[in-house]
Design a protein around this ligand. Structure first.
Ligand code: MOS
Length: 736
């Protein structure tokens, strides 16, 4: 037995991930790991000022470095058909048109690229490029700049703000969250390879191969099929791979320029300025209630940072429309242009930020009302219908989740008055919060192929960013066909496979599972059809009567009737059976609203003398409809909780306001939660299929794993020490 077989043998767990062995043995290839013959290396040079324009770039010294093949700047870039005029650049909506402007919008903006025989040659040469700028004034300071933009209505107003102006209880507070950076373990990288004059292959880290394919087909005016995108293994995305960033285009331009395959891998510091981040935000919540704890109205205002070259609205107030009945609601928002790269969706985007303010305010209200926070939630959540659209929820079990979570954390031990639970130097506190997410679904295709030996392959172009999509697909195919899991191969993450949406916004499995479900059923019908040429009994067999085994097909209640796959293939003269199925949302979206939800509970210890916060336990109950694979789903939820701990206690993209520089731009300077910071995280699921969302009954889960973590922790801190933490991250200096 070889090493891989040995490991496979040792970990023959039914719940195991389809790609697990390849991942842990290093056999699985991430974008930068593909070996392509004759490959050159590109290195980006970033601007050293945060605003202005390039006056001159001197590349002569760099060009003389041995091994340098070429240097690209805005002065000599190759022609990109989709960016050949100012008009087209605007239409392309690429954000930063890399090398197509002499303007500088932020520090670290790619302004030149060295292509060389080796990474070392390119890196050294890049250090020799000299640039002169015409400098302009700038701001990277969200707090200082946010006053200069004014709020505008966001979405429809519900009821009136006047009607609850004199509520018995009113909370009116402000909340601030620093910018966070995705920081997946795997750095963004692309290997661009023009395999012919008009055919391009990309090995690229992203969350959607078809999105990348479409983007470049348009930019290079090529048919989509001419562009192949591979993203077979992804070492974390968290949203950073949901759009196409400048370095991908740069790598394609480099490959065109030198007519060789080119690898461009960002450094960790470059990822702080090149692949998005969660923008800094400010919020105000005004929340009113009557004396019995009926929420009467809300005003939710939010501002988030964006770049000076693109408008990014994080959708922070959206979550206030989702959770509570709240008959009166007004939302306002604004974006604040800064000399930073454009932010993007990150880990529960928008809602995760919004729910920190909302659920902190609801918690604060519970203390004013002297009402248990659990009771206050149960009283006000809108369990029957979406409060905005009025459509009934297809399924919604947040009340069950709250009750279950309360038991898991031991809510009974919570003391209602802060500072009343003490253990030596530590105050102990309990907190909770809820989170919700509109459960989306998009059209997706999947193919199912049965081979002569009875094994099957299930394919989709969707990338699996670590969520377990491939494993979920295998589980569904197994559940429906009855064929053993070890005979079901999964192929995904490449654009030559049946097209699928990007993996993001908790829509991945919800979208693709329908196609796999339907394809598996169609395979059964098809096999019965072929089997009828061997045995008449299979003619027009009903789906529920068809039984597949690893060897052949039979009929329910007629176990003597059996046709082996080998015979079926031979008789019909087949090499393989291939079915491609498309599945998309339909009229159910007009009848129902769809949501995922989670109840988050936290037990925390806060040190009196050091201000250190130690999370003792997190308990999370998620409703993601039917849980296809418990282990992968629980991994997502606990991983999201760890991300939530980072957001709450540590993560902050520190920027020097005077210099415009990101100063903590590596894993030493940017502190996020690691194993040592992770407490006991208990995850449970409601696990009831949503009968309307798709054929599989599975709803998305990723986002709700983090939407609610931060307020659950902050609320527990309040319960421990009586200090309301309204600014993230909650570092010890804020507690002391
Ligand atoms: Mo995400 S922010 O759905 O990758």
């Amino acid at each position: 037995m070889g090493l891989i077989e040995l490991i496979k043998d040792k970990f023959k767990k039914p719940e195991g991930r389809v790609e697990g062995v390849e991942k842990v043995t290093g056999k699985g290839k991430y974008a930068a790991e593909y070996e392509v013959k004759n490959m050159a290396y590109a290195v980006l040079v970033g601007s050293t000022v945060p605003a202005g324009s390039i006056q001159s770039i001197l590349v002569d010294k760099a060009k003389e470095v041995e091994g340098v093949l070429d240097i690209i700047t805005h002065l000599n870039k190759p022609i990109v058909p989709g960016l050949s005029t100012e008009e087209k650049i605007k239409e392309a909506k690429l954000g930063l048109p890399v090398f197509h402007t002499n303007k500088v919008y932020f520090k670290g903006q790619p302004i030149a690229m060295v292509i060389a025989e080796t990474l070392e040659d390119a890196t050294f040469a890049a250090s020799l490029i000299e640039t002169e700028y015409h400098k302009e004034s700038f701001s990277v300071d969200f707090d200082a700049t946010k006053e200069s933009v004014s709020l505008k209505p966001e979405g429809k107003e519900r009821g009136s703000q006047d009607s609850w102006r004199n509520s018995q209880f009113i909370i009116d507070q402000q909340y601030n969250i620093k910018a966070d950076v995705h920081n997946p373990m795997e750095m963004h990288a692309t290997i661009a390879h023009w395999t012919g004059n008009d055919t391009l292959r990309l090995y690229d880290k992203n969350q959607g191969v078809n999105n990348v394919q479409k983007t470049f087909a348009k930019l290079w005016a090529l048919p989509e099929k001419n562009i192949e995108v591979f993203s077979e293994f992804v070492g974390g995305g968290f949203g950073s791979g949901l759009r196409v960033w400048p370095h991908v285009l740069a790598s394609i331009m480099a490959s065109k320029q030198v007519n060789r395959p080119v690898k461009l891998m960002l450094t960790r510091p470059q990822m702080f300025a090149g692949t998005g981040y969660r923008p800094a935000s400010w919020q105000r919540i005004r929340l009113g209630s009557d004396g019995s704890g009926n929420l009467l109205g809300i005003l939710h205002q939010a501002k988030n940072g964006t770049s000076v070259y693109e408008n990014f609205n994080d959708g922070i107030t959206r979550v206030s429309r989702l959770i509570y009945k709240l008959p009166n609601l007004k939302a306002e928002a604004a974006i604040v242009p800064l000399n930073l790269s454009t932010p993007t969706w990150m880990r529960g985007p928008g809602d995760c930020t919004g729910v920190f303010a909302l659920e902190s305010a609801v918690d604060e209200l519970s203390y004013q009302l002297k009402m248990d926070p659990v009771e206050l939630r149960l009283k006000n959540i809108s369990l029957e219908k979406h409060p905005d659209s009025g459509l009934p929820w297809s399924t919604h079990f947040l009340d069950e989740g709250i009750r279950k979570g309360a038991k898991m954390i031991g809510w009974n031990s919570r003391k209602a008055i802060p500072k009343s639970s003490v253990d030596g130097d530590w105050y102990i506190g309990y907190g909770m919060a809820v989170g919700m997410w509109n459960a989306g679904r998009q059209e997706a295709k999947a193919a199912i192929i049965m081979h002569k030996d009875g094994s099957i392959t299930v394919q989709t172009a969707m990338t699996d960013i670590g969520t377990g999509t491939g494993t979920g697909m295998q589980n569904i195919a197994h559940e429906i066909t009855g064929i053993s899991k070890n005979k079901i191969n999964i192929e995904l993450g490449n654009s030559t496979l049946p097209p699928a949406p990007s993996q993001g916004g908790s829509t991945g499995l919800s979208s693709v599972s329908g196609a796999v479900h339907d394809a598996s059923n169609q395979l059964k019908l098809k096999l019965a059809d072929y089997a009828s040429s061997v045995n008449q009994n299979f003619k027009n067999a009903a789906l529920e009567n068809i039984i597949l085994s690893d060897e052949g097909i039979s009929l329910k209640d007629k176990s003597v009737i059996f046709v082996a796959y080998s015979e079926l293939f031979e008789k019909n003269n087949l090499n393989e059976i291939r079915l491609e199925v498309s599945s998309k949302p339909g009229s159910e979206r007009e009848k129902y609203a769809f949501c995922s939800s989670a109840a988050h509970f936290c037990k925390v210890r806060v040190n009196k003398r050091t201000g250190k916060v130690k999370i003792e336990k997190l308990a999370v109950v998620g409703d993601g409809g039917k849980i296809i694979n418990t282990q992968a789903a629980a991994n997502q939820m606990s991983g999201a909780a760890v991300g939530g701990i980072g957001m709450t206690l540590m993560e902050e993209n520190q920027i020097d306001a005077k210099l415009g520089t990101v100063i903590g731009n590596d894993l030493a300077g940017y502190h996020f939660a690691v194993n040592a910071d992770a407490p006991i995280i208990e995850v449970e699921f409601i696990n009831k299929p949503d009968p309307n969302i798709n054929p599989s009954g599975a709803k998305g889960l990723g986002e709700v794993g983090i939407i609610g973590t931060a307020p659950a922790i902050a609320n527990a801190i309040y319960n421990a020490i009586g200090l309301r933490m309204r600014d993230l991250p909650i570092t010890p200096d804020k507690i002391l």
